[in-house]
Ligand binder design. Sequence first.
Ligand code: AMP
Ligand code: MG
Length: 455
Amino acid sequence: MAAKPPPLGSAAAKPWRSSGLRKRPRNGPQTPNARKRRGEAVAFLGHMARALYTSRMLSVEQAQAEILGRARVLPTERVDILAALGRVLAEPIRSTRRIPPWPNSSMDGYAVRAADARPSAILRVVDRVIAGSLPTHAVAAGEAVRIFTGAPMPAGADAVVPQEDVDARDGVIALRGAVEPGAYVRPAGEDVREGDLVLEAGRAIGAAEIGLLATLGRTQVTVGRRPRVAVLSTGNELADLGTEPTPAQIPNANTYSLMAQVVEAGGLPLNLGVAPDRLEAISERIARGLEADVLVSSAGVSVGELDLVREALVNAGAELHLWKVDMRPGKPITFGSIAGRPVFGLPGNPVSAMVTFELFVRPMLRAMQGRRAISRATITATALAPIVNRGSRRGYLRVVLEARRGRWGARLTGEQGSGILRSMVSADGLAVVPGDTSIAIGENVEVIVLREVSA
Ligand code: AMP
Ligand code: MG
Protein backbone atom coordinates (compact mmCIF):
# COMPACT_ATOMS: atom_id res chain seq x y z
CA MET A 1 0.00 0.00 0.00
CA ALA A 2 1.59 3.18 -1.21
CA ALA A 3 -0.20 5.26 1.41
CA LYS A 4 1.43 3.40 4.27
CA PRO A 5 5.12 3.32 3.57
CA PRO A 6 7.78 2.20 5.95
CA PRO A 7 9.85 4.91 7.60
CA LEU A 8 13.11 5.24 5.79
CA GLY A 9 15.87 6.34 8.07
CA SER A 10 15.60 3.37 10.34
CA ALA A 11 15.17 0.94 7.45
CA ALA A 12 18.41 2.04 5.86
CA ALA A 13 20.35 2.22 9.09
CA LYS A 14 19.22 -1.02 10.62
CA PRO A 15 17.14 -2.92 8.15
CA TRP A 16 16.01 -5.62 10.54
CA ARG A 17 15.12 -3.09 13.21
CA SER A 18 13.01 -0.94 11.00
CA SER A 19 9.39 -0.62 11.90
CA GLY A 20 8.21 -1.79 8.56
CA LEU A 21 5.00 0.12 8.19
CA ARG A 22 3.57 3.01 10.09
CA LYS A 23 0.13 4.47 9.92
CA ARG A 24 1.04 7.86 8.45
CA PRO A 25 3.97 10.24 8.26
CA ARG A 26 4.18 12.03 11.55
CA ASN A 27 4.85 15.66 10.67
CA GLY A 28 2.84 16.29 7.53
CA PRO A 29 3.71 19.29 5.34
CA GLN A 30 1.26 22.18 5.29
CA THR A 31 0.31 22.98 1.65
CA PRO A 32 -1.71 20.54 -0.48
CA ASN A 33 0.96 20.47 -3.20
CA ALA A 34 3.77 19.89 -0.84
CA ARG A 35 1.69 17.23 0.83
CA LYS A 36 1.12 15.52 -2.49
CA ARG A 37 4.77 15.69 -3.51
CA ARG A 38 5.82 14.43 -0.18
CA GLY A 39 3.25 11.65 -0.38
CA GLU A 40 4.63 10.51 -3.72
CA ALA A 41 8.20 10.68 -2.56
CA VAL A 42 7.37 8.75 0.56
CA ALA A 43 5.48 6.16 -1.44
CA PHE A 44 8.39 5.68 -3.83
CA LEU A 45 10.98 5.56 -1.11
CA GLY A 46 8.68 3.27 0.84
CA HIS A 47 8.74 0.77 -1.99
CA MET A 48 12.51 1.03 -2.17
CA ALA A 49 12.89 0.60 1.54
CA ARG A 50 10.57 -2.35 1.62
CA ALA A 51 12.47 -3.96 -1.22
CA LEU A 52 15.69 -3.34 0.68
CA TYR A 53 14.67 -4.82 3.95
CA THR A 54 12.63 -7.67 2.61
CA SER A 55 15.63 -8.73 0.56
CA ARG A 56 17.69 -8.63 3.70
CA MET A 57 17.85 -12.06 5.29
CA LEU A 58 17.86 -12.43 9.06
CA SER A 59 19.19 -15.45 10.85
CA VAL A 60 16.70 -17.25 13.06
CA GLU A 61 18.72 -16.04 16.05
CA GLN A 62 18.51 -12.41 14.94
CA ALA A 63 14.77 -12.65 14.46
CA GLN A 64 14.39 -14.35 17.85
CA ALA A 65 16.46 -11.66 19.52
CA GLU A 66 14.31 -8.93 17.94
CA ILE A 67 11.13 -10.63 19.11
CA LEU A 68 12.31 -11.38 22.62
CA GLY A 69 13.66 -7.86 22.95
CA ARG A 70 10.03 -6.79 23.00
CA ALA A 71 8.75 -9.38 25.45
CA ARG A 72 7.01 -7.92 28.49
CA VAL A 73 6.34 -10.10 31.48
CA LEU A 74 2.62 -10.20 32.29
CA PRO A 75 1.28 -9.47 35.78
CA THR A 76 1.25 -12.27 38.29
CA GLU A 77 -1.56 -14.09 40.07
CA ARG A 78 -1.89 -16.33 43.11
CA VAL A 79 -3.11 -19.86 42.64
CA ASP A 80 -3.45 -23.01 44.70
CA ILE A 81 -0.28 -25.04 44.47
CA LEU A 82 -1.84 -27.86 42.47
CA ALA A 83 -3.19 -25.36 39.95
CA ALA A 84 0.37 -24.08 39.62
CA LEU A 85 1.46 -27.23 37.76
CA GLY A 86 3.10 -26.17 34.51
CA ARG A 87 2.95 -22.49 35.46
CA VAL A 88 5.94 -20.23 36.04
CA LEU A 89 6.90 -19.34 39.58
CA ALA A 90 6.91 -15.56 40.02
CA GLU A 91 8.32 -15.34 43.55
CA PRO A 92 11.45 -16.81 45.08
CA ILE A 93 10.55 -19.39 47.71
CA ARG A 94 12.55 -19.32 50.93
CA SER A 95 12.12 -22.00 53.47
CA THR A 96 10.55 -21.14 56.80
CA ARG A 97 11.02 -24.70 58.00
CA ARG A 98 13.72 -27.24 58.62
CA ILE A 99 13.05 -30.55 56.88
CA PRO A 100 13.39 -33.01 58.46
CA PRO A 101 12.89 -31.11 61.71
CA TRP A 102 15.01 -33.57 63.73
CA PRO A 103 17.48 -36.35 63.00
CA ASN A 104 15.53 -39.52 62.29
CA SER A 105 16.03 -43.13 61.40
CA SER A 106 16.05 -44.30 57.78
CA MET A 107 15.56 -47.94 58.83
CA ASP A 108 13.59 -50.12 61.20
CA GLY A 109 16.18 -51.15 63.82
CA TYR A 110 17.85 -49.91 66.98
CA ALA A 111 19.19 -46.47 67.84
CA VAL A 112 22.58 -46.88 69.52
CA ARG A 113 25.76 -45.05 70.41
CA ALA A 114 28.22 -45.94 67.68
CA ALA A 115 30.96 -46.08 70.31
CA ASP A 116 29.12 -49.03 71.94
CA ALA A 117 28.60 -50.90 68.73
CA ARG A 118 31.38 -53.43 68.64
CA PRO A 119 30.90 -56.94 67.21
CA SER A 120 29.02 -59.13 69.73
CA ALA A 121 28.24 -56.22 72.03
CA ILE A 122 25.06 -56.77 74.08
CA LEU A 123 22.81 -53.71 74.52
CA ARG A 124 19.72 -53.27 76.69
CA VAL A 125 16.59 -52.04 74.88
CA VAL A 126 15.17 -49.21 77.04
CA ASP A 127 12.49 -47.59 74.85
CA ARG A 128 10.53 -47.87 71.63
CA VAL A 129 9.90 -44.94 69.30
CA ILE A 130 7.67 -44.98 66.23
CA ALA A 131 7.15 -42.35 63.54
CA GLY A 132 4.72 -39.75 64.84
CA SER A 133 5.87 -39.87 68.45
CA LEU A 134 8.83 -38.47 70.39
CA PRO A 135 11.42 -40.55 72.26
CA THR A 136 11.08 -40.47 76.04
CA HIS A 137 14.47 -41.95 77.00
CA ALA A 138 17.97 -40.88 76.12
CA VAL A 139 20.37 -43.66 75.14
CA ALA A 140 23.09 -44.18 77.75
CA ALA A 141 26.17 -46.38 77.50
CA GLY A 142 25.19 -50.01 76.95
CA GLU A 143 21.65 -49.10 75.88
CA ALA A 144 19.62 -49.15 72.67
CA VAL A 145 16.16 -47.86 71.66
CA ARG A 146 13.89 -49.78 69.29
CA ILE A 147 13.21 -47.36 66.42
CA PHE A 148 11.23 -47.32 63.16
CA THR A 149 11.71 -45.51 59.86
CA GLY A 150 10.98 -41.81 60.17
CA ALA A 151 10.99 -41.78 63.99
CA PRO A 152 13.08 -39.09 65.72
CA MET A 153 16.43 -40.23 67.09
CA PRO A 154 16.61 -40.37 70.88
CA ALA A 155 19.17 -38.16 72.60
CA GLY A 156 22.51 -39.87 73.10
CA ALA A 157 22.15 -42.15 70.05
CA ASP A 158 24.15 -41.35 66.91
CA ALA A 159 23.58 -44.41 64.73
CA VAL A 160 20.96 -46.99 63.84
CA VAL A 161 21.61 -50.71 63.52
CA PRO A 162 19.12 -52.25 61.07
CA GLN A 163 16.99 -54.93 62.71
CA GLU A 164 18.32 -57.62 60.35
CA ASP A 165 21.83 -57.02 61.75
CA VAL A 166 21.04 -57.93 65.36
CA ASP A 167 19.88 -60.92 67.36
CA ALA A 168 17.07 -59.69 69.60
CA ARG A 169 15.70 -61.58 72.65
CA ASP A 170 14.25 -60.72 76.05
CA GLY A 171 14.82 -56.99 75.95
CA VAL A 172 18.42 -57.17 74.76
CA ILE A 173 20.13 -57.17 71.38
CA ALA A 174 23.40 -58.73 70.33
CA LEU A 175 25.21 -56.89 67.55
CA ARG A 176 27.00 -58.70 64.76
CA GLY A 177 29.32 -55.93 63.65
CA ALA A 178 30.44 -52.36 64.21
CA VAL A 179 28.45 -49.30 63.04
CA GLU A 180 29.76 -45.98 61.83
CA PRO A 181 28.54 -42.85 63.62
CA GLY A 182 25.64 -41.46 61.58
CA ALA A 183 24.76 -44.79 59.98
CA TYR A 184 21.08 -44.85 58.88
CA VAL A 185 20.46 -41.46 60.47
CA ARG A 186 18.97 -38.68 58.34
CA PRO A 187 20.28 -35.43 59.80
CA ALA A 188 17.95 -32.57 60.66
CA GLY A 189 17.68 -30.17 57.70
CA GLU A 190 19.24 -32.60 55.22
CA ASP A 191 16.49 -31.69 52.73
CA VAL A 192 15.80 -28.05 53.58
CA ARG A 193 17.29 -25.68 56.14
CA GLU A 194 15.46 -22.64 57.43
CA GLY A 195 16.14 -19.63 55.21
CA ASP A 196 17.27 -21.69 52.20
CA LEU A 197 16.30 -20.34 48.80
CA VAL A 198 14.59 -23.50 47.62
CA LEU A 199 12.91 -22.37 44.38
CA GLU A 200 13.91 -19.43 42.22
CA ALA A 201 11.44 -17.21 40.41
CA GLY A 202 11.22 -18.03 36.72
CA ARG A 203 11.23 -21.79 37.00
CA ALA A 204 8.43 -23.99 35.77
CA ILE A 205 6.45 -25.71 38.50
CA GLY A 206 6.40 -29.49 38.29
CA ALA A 207 5.38 -32.28 40.63
CA ALA A 208 8.56 -32.04 42.74
CA GLU A 209 8.17 -28.29 43.19
CA ILE A 210 4.57 -28.80 44.33
CA GLY A 211 5.72 -31.40 46.85
CA LEU A 212 8.34 -29.00 48.16
CA LEU A 213 5.80 -26.17 48.46
CA ALA A 214 3.53 -28.48 50.44
CA THR A 215 6.44 -29.40 52.67
CA LEU A 216 6.90 -25.72 53.42
CA GLY A 217 3.23 -25.33 54.24
CA ARG A 218 2.42 -23.21 51.21
CA THR A 219 -1.17 -23.57 50.05
CA GLN A 220 -0.84 -20.91 47.34
CA VAL A 221 1.92 -19.53 45.21
CA THR A 222 2.43 -16.56 42.88
CA VAL A 223 2.78 -17.42 39.21
CA GLY A 224 2.98 -15.53 35.92
CA ARG A 225 -0.37 -14.97 34.25
CA ARG A 226 -1.04 -17.08 31.19
CA PRO A 227 -0.95 -15.00 28.01
CA ARG A 228 -4.25 -14.95 26.14
CA VAL A 229 -3.47 -15.59 22.52
CA ALA A 230 -5.94 -14.81 19.73
CA VAL A 231 -5.52 -17.17 16.78
CA LEU A 232 -6.74 -16.19 13.32
CA SER A 233 -6.70 -18.17 10.09
CA THR A 234 -7.14 -16.42 6.78
CA GLY A 235 -7.95 -17.71 3.33
CA ASN A 236 -10.92 -18.03 0.99
CA GLU A 237 -10.09 -21.69 0.58
CA LEU A 238 -10.58 -22.62 4.24
CA ALA A 239 -13.57 -24.56 5.55
CA ASP A 240 -13.61 -24.42 9.33
CA LEU A 241 -14.09 -27.42 11.55
CA GLY A 242 -17.72 -28.48 11.56
CA THR A 243 -18.41 -27.45 7.97
CA GLU A 244 -17.94 -29.72 5.00
CA PRO A 245 -15.35 -28.30 2.54
CA THR A 246 -16.87 -27.32 -0.81
CA PRO A 247 -15.11 -28.67 -3.93
CA ALA A 248 -12.80 -25.61 -3.90
CA GLN A 249 -12.01 -25.70 -0.19
CA ILE A 250 -9.56 -27.36 2.16
CA PRO A 251 -10.07 -27.91 5.87
CA ASN A 252 -8.68 -25.37 8.32
CA ALA A 253 -5.82 -27.06 10.16
CA ASN A 254 -3.78 -24.12 11.45
CA THR A 255 -6.30 -22.69 13.91
CA TYR A 256 -6.25 -25.96 15.78
CA SER A 257 -2.56 -26.83 15.63
CA LEU A 258 -1.69 -23.26 16.65
CA MET A 259 -4.22 -23.15 19.50
CA ALA A 260 -2.78 -26.43 20.75
CA GLN A 261 0.73 -25.00 20.55
CA VAL A 262 -0.51 -22.00 22.53
CA VAL A 263 -1.76 -24.32 25.27
CA GLU A 264 1.50 -26.27 25.24
CA ALA A 265 3.40 -23.01 25.64
CA GLY A 266 1.32 -22.12 28.71
CA GLY A 267 -1.09 -19.72 26.99
CA LEU A 268 -4.86 -19.53 26.70
CA PRO A 269 -6.06 -19.57 23.11
CA LEU A 270 -8.91 -17.43 21.80
CA ASN A 271 -10.29 -18.69 18.50
CA LEU A 272 -10.93 -15.90 15.99
CA GLY A 273 -12.06 -18.39 13.37
CA VAL A 274 -11.43 -18.06 9.65
CA ALA A 275 -11.44 -14.76 7.78
CA PRO A 276 -11.80 -14.78 4.01
CA ASP A 277 -9.24 -12.83 1.99
CA ARG A 278 -11.08 -9.51 2.35
CA LEU A 279 -9.59 -6.58 4.17
CA GLU A 280 -12.70 -5.69 6.20
CA ALA A 281 -13.23 -9.30 7.26
CA ILE A 282 -9.63 -9.62 8.44
CA SER A 283 -9.73 -6.22 10.14
CA GLU A 284 -12.89 -7.11 12.01
CA ARG A 285 -11.28 -10.28 13.43
CA ILE A 286 -8.12 -8.44 14.32
CA ALA A 287 -10.15 -5.86 16.25
CA ARG A 288 -11.66 -8.72 18.26
CA GLY A 289 -8.21 -10.20 18.77
CA LEU A 290 -7.05 -7.08 20.55
CA GLU A 291 -8.84 -8.35 23.67
CA ALA A 292 -5.98 -10.82 23.92
CA ASP A 293 -2.36 -10.27 24.94
CA VAL A 294 -0.95 -11.68 21.70
CA LEU A 295 -2.33 -12.09 18.21
CA VAL A 296 -1.21 -14.91 15.94
CA SER A 297 -2.53 -15.20 12.42
CA SER A 298 -1.56 -17.60 9.71
CA ALA A 299 -1.46 -17.23 5.93
CA GLY A 300 -1.88 -14.14 3.79
CA VAL A 301 1.51 -12.67 4.67
CA SER A 302 3.36 -13.19 1.40
CA VAL A 303 3.39 -10.53 -1.28
CA GLY A 304 0.46 -11.79 -3.34
CA GLU A 305 -2.51 -9.55 -4.02
CA LEU A 306 -4.64 -11.55 -1.61
CA ASP A 307 -2.07 -11.23 1.13
CA LEU A 308 -3.92 -8.68 3.20
CA VAL A 309 -2.95 -9.54 6.73
CA ARG A 310 -0.16 -7.00 6.91
CA GLU A 311 -2.37 -4.22 5.63
CA ALA A 312 -5.10 -5.11 8.09
CA LEU A 313 -2.57 -5.13 10.93
CA VAL A 314 -1.23 -1.75 9.91
CA ASN A 315 -4.78 -0.37 9.72
CA ALA A 316 -5.27 -1.63 13.26
CA GLY A 317 -2.30 0.48 14.34
CA ALA A 318 0.48 -2.08 14.16
CA GLU A 319 4.09 -1.20 13.81
CA LEU A 320 5.34 -4.07 11.71
CA HIS A 321 8.48 -5.82 10.65
CA LEU A 322 8.48 -8.14 7.74
CA TRP A 323 11.40 -10.43 7.71
CA LYS A 324 12.87 -12.95 5.42
CA VAL A 325 14.37 -15.41 7.81
CA ASP A 326 17.11 -17.81 6.86
CA MET A 327 15.06 -20.94 7.43
CA ARG A 328 13.00 -23.55 5.74
CA PRO A 329 10.12 -24.22 6.11
CA GLY A 330 8.78 -20.71 6.55
CA LYS A 331 8.30 -17.84 4.17
CA PRO A 332 8.70 -14.29 5.39
CA ILE A 333 7.22 -13.88 8.80
CA THR A 334 5.58 -10.73 10.06
CA PHE A 335 6.09 -9.54 13.58
CA GLY A 336 5.12 -6.31 15.24
CA SER A 337 3.06 -4.77 17.96
CA ILE A 338 -0.27 -3.07 18.38
CA ALA A 339 -0.33 -0.94 21.52
CA GLY A 340 2.40 -3.03 23.06
CA ARG A 341 0.75 -6.33 22.12
CA PRO A 342 2.92 -8.67 20.05
CA VAL A 343 1.36 -9.66 16.74
CA PHE A 344 2.63 -12.44 14.53
CA GLY A 345 1.74 -13.13 10.93
CA LEU A 346 2.87 -16.69 10.31
CA PRO A 347 2.99 -18.39 6.94
CA GLY A 348 -0.03 -20.43 5.90
CA ASN A 349 1.41 -23.80 5.08
CA PRO A 350 0.57 -26.02 8.03
CA VAL A 351 4.15 -27.13 8.71
CA SER A 352 5.55 -23.62 8.23
CA ALA A 353 2.96 -22.24 10.63
CA MET A 354 3.86 -24.79 13.28
CA VAL A 355 7.62 -24.48 12.87
CA THR A 356 7.58 -20.67 12.91
CA PHE A 357 5.33 -20.78 15.98
CA GLU A 358 7.85 -23.09 17.59
CA LEU A 359 10.82 -20.85 16.84
CA PHE A 360 9.28 -17.41 17.36
CA VAL A 361 5.94 -17.44 19.17
CA ARG A 362 6.63 -20.08 21.80
CA PRO A 363 9.70 -18.32 23.22
CA MET A 364 7.70 -15.08 23.41
CA LEU A 365 4.82 -16.75 25.28
CA ARG A 366 7.24 -18.31 27.73
CA ALA A 367 9.06 -15.03 28.28
CA MET A 368 5.73 -13.27 28.91
CA GLN A 369 5.07 -15.71 31.74
CA GLY A 370 8.39 -14.76 33.30
CA ARG A 371 9.99 -18.05 32.43
CA ARG A 372 13.77 -18.12 32.47
CA ALA A 373 14.31 -21.14 30.24
CA ILE A 374 12.56 -20.28 27.05
CA SER A 375 14.25 -22.51 24.48
CA ARG A 376 13.81 -26.17 23.80
CA ALA A 377 16.61 -28.55 24.60
CA THR A 378 18.83 -29.46 21.68
CA ILE A 379 20.79 -32.66 21.44
CA THR A 380 23.52 -33.92 19.18
CA ALA A 381 22.28 -37.02 17.40
CA THR A 382 23.86 -39.35 14.86
CA ALA A 383 22.35 -39.46 11.39
CA LEU A 384 20.89 -42.95 10.87
CA ALA A 385 20.35 -42.20 7.18
CA PRO A 386 21.61 -39.30 5.06
CA ILE A 387 20.03 -35.97 5.97
CA VAL A 388 20.22 -33.65 3.00
CA ASN A 389 19.29 -29.97 2.89
CA ARG A 390 19.39 -29.01 -0.78
CA GLY A 391 18.10 -25.49 -0.32
CA SER A 392 20.33 -22.55 0.44
CA ARG A 393 18.41 -21.72 3.62
CA ARG A 394 18.99 -23.33 6.97
CA GLY A 395 16.72 -26.34 7.20
CA TYR A 396 14.55 -27.25 10.17
CA LEU A 397 13.95 -30.80 9.07
CA ARG A 398 11.54 -33.10 10.79
CA VAL A 399 13.21 -36.15 12.28
CA VAL A 400 12.36 -39.22 14.29
CA LEU A 401 14.71 -39.87 17.22
CA GLU A 402 15.76 -43.41 18.10
CA ALA A 403 17.92 -44.52 21.01
CA ARG A 404 20.90 -46.46 19.67
CA ARG A 405 23.53 -47.95 21.98
CA GLY A 406 23.37 -45.10 24.45
CA ARG A 407 23.20 -42.38 21.77
CA TRP A 408 20.36 -40.71 19.96
CA GLY A 409 20.00 -41.41 16.29
CA ALA A 410 17.98 -39.22 13.91
CA ARG A 411 16.31 -40.00 10.63
CA LEU A 412 14.10 -37.81 8.44
CA THR A 413 10.38 -38.43 8.79
CA GLY A 414 10.12 -38.61 5.00
CA GLU A 415 9.05 -35.95 2.53
CA GLN A 416 9.68 -32.51 3.98
CA GLY A 417 7.06 -30.47 2.07
CA SER A 418 5.65 -27.61 4.12
CA GLY A 419 2.11 -28.80 3.43
CA ILE A 420 2.76 -32.28 4.82
CA LEU A 421 1.30 -32.04 8.31
CA ARG A 422 1.82 -35.74 8.89
CA SER A 423 5.56 -35.10 8.92
CA MET A 424 4.97 -33.04 12.08
CA VAL A 425 2.92 -35.87 13.53
CA SER A 426 5.88 -38.23 13.20
CA ALA A 427 8.51 -35.69 14.21
CA ASP A 428 10.22 -36.01 17.57
CA GLY A 429 12.46 -33.11 16.70
CA LEU A 430 13.74 -30.65 14.14
CA ALA A 431 17.21 -31.27 12.75
CA VAL A 432 18.97 -27.96 12.22
CA VAL A 433 20.92 -28.29 8.99
CA PRO A 434 22.86 -25.45 7.32
CA GLY A 435 21.97 -24.61 3.72
CA ASP A 436 23.32 -26.84 0.92
CA THR A 437 24.56 -29.44 3.38
CA SER A 438 24.46 -33.21 3.38
CA ILE A 439 24.91 -35.09 6.59
CA ALA A 440 26.14 -38.62 5.97
CA ILE A 441 25.20 -41.69 7.99
CA GLY A 442 27.08 -41.64 11.30
CA GLU A 443 27.74 -37.92 11.27
CA ASN A 444 26.45 -35.62 13.98
CA VAL A 445 23.40 -33.45 13.60
CA GLU A 446 21.91 -30.95 16.00
CA VAL A 447 18.26 -31.64 16.85
CA ILE A 448 15.74 -29.46 18.67
CA VAL A 449 13.73 -31.89 20.76
CA LEU A 450 10.01 -31.24 20.34
CA ARG A 451 8.56 -33.89 22.56
CA GLU A 452 9.23 -36.56 25.10
CA VAL A 453 10.97 -39.45 23.43
CA SER A 454 11.26 -42.82 25.08
CA ALA A 455 14.32 -44.94 24.64
P1 AMP B 1 -0.83 -18.38 1.99
O1 AMP B 1 0.27 -17.98 2.93
O2 AMP B 1 -2.11 -17.69 2.27
O3 AMP B 1 -0.38 -18.28 0.57
O4 AMP B 1 -1.07 -19.92 2.27
C1 AMP B 1 -0.09 -20.87 2.00
C2 AMP B 1 -0.67 -22.25 1.90
O5 AMP B 1 -1.14 -22.65 3.17
C3 AMP B 1 -1.84 -22.37 0.96
O6 AMP B 1 -1.71 -23.59 0.25
C4 AMP B 1 -3.03 -22.39 1.88
O7 AMP B 1 -4.13 -23.07 1.32
C5 AMP B 1 -2.48 -23.11 3.08
N1 AMP B 1 -3.20 -22.73 4.29
C6 AMP B 1 -3.36 -21.46 4.70
N2 AMP B 1 -4.05 -21.42 5.86
C7 AMP B 1 -4.33 -22.71 6.19
C8 AMP B 1 -5.02 -23.30 7.27
N3 AMP B 1 -5.57 -22.57 8.25
N4 AMP B 1 -5.12 -24.65 7.30
C9 AMP B 1 -4.56 -25.38 6.31
N5 AMP B 1 -3.88 -24.87 5.27
C10 AMP B 1 -3.76 -23.54 5.19
MG1 MG C 1 -3.89 -17.38 1.35
